[in-house]
Design a protein around this ligand. Sequence first.
Ligand code: FES
Length: 176
Amino acid sequence: MDVEISLRVDGAEHRLVVDTRTSLLDALRERLGNTSPKKGCDHGQCGACTVLLDGRRVNSCLALAVAHQGAQIVTAAGLAQDGALHPMQESFIRHDAFQCGYCTPGQIVSAVGMLDEARAGWPSAVTPDFASSNVSADGGGSGVLVEDEIRERMSGNLCRCAAYANIVPAVKEVAG
Ligand code: FES
């Protein structure tokens, strides 16, 4: 069944007609021409399609477009503001944190979302025990987001080129 919906993507309002079974990823890519989120597995396993949905990281291939009217959707394309790249985008470039680049938009969006989650306090139900982190749910730690924690919290974003050795330092630099 087709329905008319509105989506707020990267600060712009869009009206479009979609089938009720259309994924948010397909709505973004096929209907709105926003090819920033990538279709890797289309089954919630690779993270290439990661977007921020009201600030939370979501695999857009698993979300239905009709379910997210009114939500603030941010893709990697929307992270740059006023002609300036987001610090995370700049850090990925500085660290050469990609090879083929297919997973990169999802990696960057996930990293930005992860740091926002850290600043807001991790959801305790999904907080592993990283003793040296300054962003644990109870606010304890040494003030450093350790590389193991970055790897764990971004484990939903796969890189087939295995560029993790550069991705992790790129994220860590922005995390401080
Ligand atoms: Fe959505 Fe792989 S395309 S998780």
